[in-house]
Design a binder for this molecule. Structure first.
Ligand SMILES: [Zn+2]
Length: 133
C-alpha cells in the first residue's frame, strides 16, 4: 500500500509557514541593517571631535573640560558600540535561525517587541526580571 499521501499533503502547509517566517525575518533584517547604517554614520561623526587626551600642557581648566568632554564622547561611544554589537548578534541569529527566541526562557519573543527592538535577546518578561534584579 502506498501511504505517502499524508506527508505530501502536509508539505505545502509547512512550506507556507516557512515562507511566512522568511518574509518576517527579511523585515527584521532590513530594520536591523537600517539601524546599523544610521549607527555607523553617527559613530563616524562622533569620532572626529574627540580631543587628543594629554596633548597640550596648557590651561588646567581647559584640560579638565577637555577630559570631561572626552569622557562623554567615550561614554556615548560605548553605548553605540553595545547597540551595534546587539544588532550584529541579531543579524547572526537571523542567519543561524535562532532569531526571535528569548535567550533566557527559550520562548518566542512577541512580534510587537521585535518590531520595536529587533536586536533584543530577551522577551519582555525576562527583560523586566533582569531590570528588577
Ligand atoms: Zn524570556
Amino acid at each position: 500500500m502506498g501511504v505517502r499521501l499524508p506527508s505530501s499533503l502536509g508539505f505545502p502547509i509547512e512550506y507556507q509557514e516557512i515562507e511566512m517566517d522568511r518574509r518576517r525575518l527579511d523585515r527584521y533584517k532590513r530594520l536591523l541593517l537600517e539601524r546599523r547604517g544610521e549607527m555607523s554614520v553617527a559613530s563616524a561623526d562622533a569620532e572626529s571631535p574627540i580631543p587628543v587626551a594629554g596633548g597640550s600642557k596648557g590651561d588646567q581648566i581647559d584640560q579638565a573640560n577637555a577630559d570631561a568632554e572626552a569622557e562623554l564622547q567615550i561614554h556615548l561611544h560605548q553605548t553605540d558600540g553595545r547597540l551595534l554589537r546587539a544588532i550584529e548578534e541579531a543579524l547572526a541569529r537571523i542567519r543561524n535561525g535562532t532569531f526571535g527566541t528569548c535567550e533566557a526562557c527559550r520562548n518566542p519573543i512577541s512580534k510587537a517587541r521585535l518590531e520595536a527592538v529587533p536586536w533584543t535577546r530577551l522577551c519582555r518578561d525576562c527583560k523586566e526580571r533582569e531590570h528588577s534584579k
